[in-house]
Design a protein around this ligand. Sequence first.
Ligand code: SF4
Length: 610
Amino acid sequence: MFECYGKKLLRIDLSTRSVAEEPLREPFIERWIGGMGFGVKLFTNEVPATADPLGPANRIYISVGPLTGTLAPLFAQTCIVTKSPLTGGIINTYAGGHLGGSIKATGYDVIAIEGQADGLVYVLVTPAGVRIVDCPELAGTPVRTAEEAVKRASGTEDLHTLGIGLAGENCVRYASVISETRAFGRGGVGAVFGSKNLKALGVAGIGDVRVADPEGFSVAVGEAYQTFQEDLAQPWSLLGSFGRVGTGSGMGLINEKHALATRHHRLTRFEQAEQISGQAIAEQYPTRPIACLGCQVHCGMLHRQVKTKWGEIWTRGPEYETTYSLGSLCFNDDPEVLLKANDLAEEYGMDTLSLGVSIAFAMECAERGILPRDALGGDPVLEFGNPGATIRLIDMIAHRDGVGDMLAEGVRRASRRVGSGSDAFALEVKGMEFAAWMPERMRGIAVTFATSNRGACHKRAPIGMELMDVIPMDGIHGRAALVADIQNKVNAIFTLVACRFAEFTLPLEQFVALLNTATGMNYTEERFMGLGEAIWNLERLYNLAAGIDGSEDRLPDICFQVPADFPADAKPLTREDFATLLDDYYSTRGWDGQGRPTPERLAALGLRAS
Ligand code: SF4
């Protein structure tokens, strides 16, 4: 059993510049499987709820799963768990590409980073050992520059990296960690790297991955591959459209359904959506699809030698979420602005969702007279639909310059700073900015944003079912239970570590078949789902201890106002409906009326209250 694990954790203490290996015991592996399970369990055991996210007591857990590096398709992701500087609670975040396979080949299932270096460093984990290298010369450099320097210094061909740019070094609270063509986007993990003076990590390994039941695993992989192929062959396939033009392919449908948050949620449709959709960008610019290790979907899009008014650029994406946050939300209809903004966000290392929401918040404040329209120096004017204002603000935020310093704190802290009732329209939950969806229109999104342990997160919502009319967008009956079920399921598959898109297509039984044949364990679907629920509760307990209680399961006032173009035949979100949804959610979860897991439910999940 457990042949597909290295059964080891690598601990790197940046304060003492020491490294140590620790065994991962088989009962621990069987209980938590890998990826998110390993990260959440280790984090909640080791990081005090009172720890400052940007202080030395916070730790970073980078983990892979039992299927990483195997032939199973869509299992190339790597998981990072740490304490979020945005929310003060636990954050789990994922990126694909080739990093996971490299970590797996080192023989470590988890790399844990703790302490704080006394100057800027990068870390190399290679067959030659672990090295912590001073790199003052990389201060302020773009992520790509740091990646290239680390690769050159390693002397190995197969090194894969993750690193931060200026935003991470400046502890912008939504700084991301970039891994080559992919991003650990949400929650400010890049700021945690920056607080530790960790510029980059490079990993290369030489090990291969064995599985417990090669024959059974081969059958399970073949079936999973076939399932994805059959989906991709359908003209309606969402994954198929991702593979052709990227995740921005759904913008037309979302706009048609009046679910495209526009002009800071004042509108539900963007007249110029067609200009910034995935299809439009793929048609206008040289585009090449790219894939994570072993994936047949290849949803990533590279755009080379794009001539913009800001010069020639070479960029990736933009993903759908970015076309919302820096596009429709800011009323930007020029695809060049999106490509340039995306390029800058990757250069500086910032989550494009929180970044775009913060910029749109500033534009909204200027329109209401709360912030001066000349806050950017007069030219460009701070206003919706001004591309120059978007690009200028990205620079100011990364450098923490002027109003950019306030926006680098995220919209919750910025609204406290500007006052004037701006918290009512600050698009955040638990301190994390909204993802690209409208609680005003979609009840599943209302529940998911309000209850997610990460803040206003869309990763565990019934988005496809609501958009495709499988269930009514504004229906509340059974919606909370459906959301809880998806939260449990996505947590479970994140222990493997699956791409989020795999859940669109692959049935639960195929995830479990891959798990059991790779590891030799004997999980049932019920036990697998129970693991997802246990992880959810473990995160909740941690957040409660960190002071994030049921009062944070909320939505800002703006979600209960009716956008100007709200469809006449649809039902706006009411406070009464939202209260019903939250009650249903707590009761489905077996939590009390304040959103605290009950001792009975915890006991049933094999957890304790503290
Ligand atoms: S679907 Fe996209 S993000 Fe997911 S594994 Fe494939 S290429 Fe990576």
